[in-house]
Structures are given as C-alpha cells and as structure tokens.
Ligand binder design. Sequence first.
Ligand code: NDP
Length: 327
Amino acid sequence: MFNAIVVEKNEDGKTSASVQQISEDQLPPAEVTVAVEYSTVNYKDGLCIGPGGGLVRQYPHVPGIDFAGTVEASDDERYKPGDKVVLTGWRVGEVHWGGYAQKARVKADWLVPLPDGLDTRQAMAVGTAGFTAMLAVMALEDHGIKDGPVLVTGAAGGVGSVATAILSNLGHEVAAVTGRPETSDYLKDLGATQIVAREEINETTKRPLEAETWGGCVDAVGGDMLARVLGQMQYGASVAAVGLAGGAGLPATVIPFLLRGVNLLGIDSVMQPYENRLRAWERIAKDLPMNKLEAMIQPAVLADLPELGRGILKGQVKGRVVVDVNA
Ligand code: NDP
C-alpha cells in the first residue's frame, strides 16, 4: 500500500480530495511502473483536484499532471528498473491516474529519460509549466525574436517565472507583467529588467494598434491581456500563447496580423512527440540557471494539495510548487 491523493465524487455530486492508502493493483494498466519522487502543482491540477472542470472522466481519480521518479518495473525495453524519468502531458492526471501518488503506472511512450544536469526535484521545479515555457521560447526563436523587450504575462506564476528566467539567461530584456506588485523583487531576481503592472496593459486605449513595443511575448493569461498585447507588438514579432489564466475569450481585431504581420503561436505541451519533449528538456537543462530555479520553489507535501489546488485557480501561487510525495 502507498499514499496518494484520491478525488472522489460524493452523493451530492460534489468532489472531495484527501490522502488515502491505495494498492498497486488499483493502478491503471500500462507498461512502466514508476516510484514517484516529486510532482508539482499546475493550473490544470487545480481543476482536477476540484470538480474536474471537464478534464476528469472517472472517479475515484488520482490527479497530478506531471511527475519525476525512478522506474521500478518495465515491460518496455526502452526503460529498466533504476532509470530516472520525467513525465508531462498525455492527459496523465486528467483521464489517466497521475503523479499525486508514491507510485504511478504509465505508457512508456509518455516518459522521457531525465536529462543530464537535472535531478528529479529540479525536473519537477520545472514541471509542466516550465516545460511549456521552454516550448514557448523555442517557438519564438523559430520565428525570430526582435530587438527590444520580450513581454512575459502572468509573470509571477509558474509558466511566467520560468519563461522570465530562461529569456533573461538567453540575453533578452524581459518585461514582466504582474498583478502582484509585491513580487517585483522576485521577478527582478529571475532576470526581469522591467516590471509592468497588469492594469498598464489591460487599461490601455483598446485601439487595435498602439506603439510597437515588444520584440516577442510569452502569454500565460489570454483574454483582454492577449488582445491588448497583440496591438503592441513590433512589426513581424510573435506571441506564444500558452494559457488562459485571465480568460478564454479573445476580444481582438485582425488588424495587428494584417498591418504588423504579428504571429500568434499556439503552444500545446500535452501531445508533444517524444523528440520535441527530449529537445525541450535538454534545452531546459542547458538554458535555465539552477539558482534561479531554486528561487522559484515552494516545497509541499501530498496533504497540502487540496488547498494549493484552490490557490492556483485564484492566481495565488508564486513560482513553482514542488511536492515531495514521500515526505
Ligand atoms: P499560475 O497560476 O502559476 O500562473 C498564472 C498567472 O497568471 C498568475 O500567477 C497571475 O500572475 C496571472 N493571472 C491569474 N489570473 C489572472 C487574471 N484574471 N488576469 C490577469 N492575469 C492573471 O499558472 P501556470 O503558470 O501554471 O499556467 C498559466 C496558464 O497556462 C494556465 O491557463 C494554464 O492552464 C496554462 N498552461 C498551458 C499549457 C499548455 O500546454 N498550453 C501548459 C501549462 C499551463 P501575476 O500574479 O504575476 O499577475
């Protein structure tokens, strides 16, 4: 028996999450059993710890959309006991039981060997949010980052913190947008050269085009924020759209695309093929300074997760929560 966060649907239709003991034979069938060491808290985890938000199909459910650990048993020749592995995506923690447990059983195709230079704790300090931040930076690079500041929205959150640290380490000026002024010193320590108040973007003129300002953008917020930012991009610059923490709507016009050649790049971390995942993890090990990653970490244990899940949905989590599932 081992510990896991189990989300159950009660008779009144509401869900509740608690630490419970479960057994290995309850795990879903798949090729590789992993002794999980660390997991983390992403926005989607907040949804899955709660009522599911349309992501969870069946209860009882073990959430946790990412984890890192050591292979315990494997029916697939690519992995053997003792191998260190990391998992993000593939709807693990949503439709398949995930990483909020001391053991997980998953398909070999969904795993990536831990890259040199990262341990399992660091890999989860990065987690899905940081992996996605790297994918966003790579997408901007593929389309060319212009001179001048690169904007990061939702900067004090998980995606934003990692994007800020990576872009700054790559030598870009980073303008970090936050609704929490108290995080300014934290963001400057991650490498932000400019702190932009959330209202400064949200309360601009709402004209379809404004001054050409940003050389690129990683946007974790969507909604009004993304609509405003599109009109502030330099000619031919790109926005990597990652998330919808500020809303799923997009009250924008086509003008920035037509008159400024702005590129809107959609980033999906969930269904990334193996080669892309490997390439992104290798770039993370190379381009994300580990001292900055340490500064983002908030340690947690399984029992903290119900509260942290509610917190991340309210935009209250700073940086990256790293869950030691064995503590
Ligand atoms: P976090 O909650 O850690 O960060 C989101 C940040 O957005 C908050 O910290 C806050 O930053 C800002 N924010 C929150 N609410 C609002 C609002 N109403 N208006 C403006 N800004 C707001 O989440 P993550 O960084 O983990 O994820 C960010 C988004 O990216 C989520 O929507 C998530 O689902 C998505 N995502 C998408 C992935 C993909 O594959 N495309 C993968 C991972 C995440 P601040 O306090 O600094 O203003």
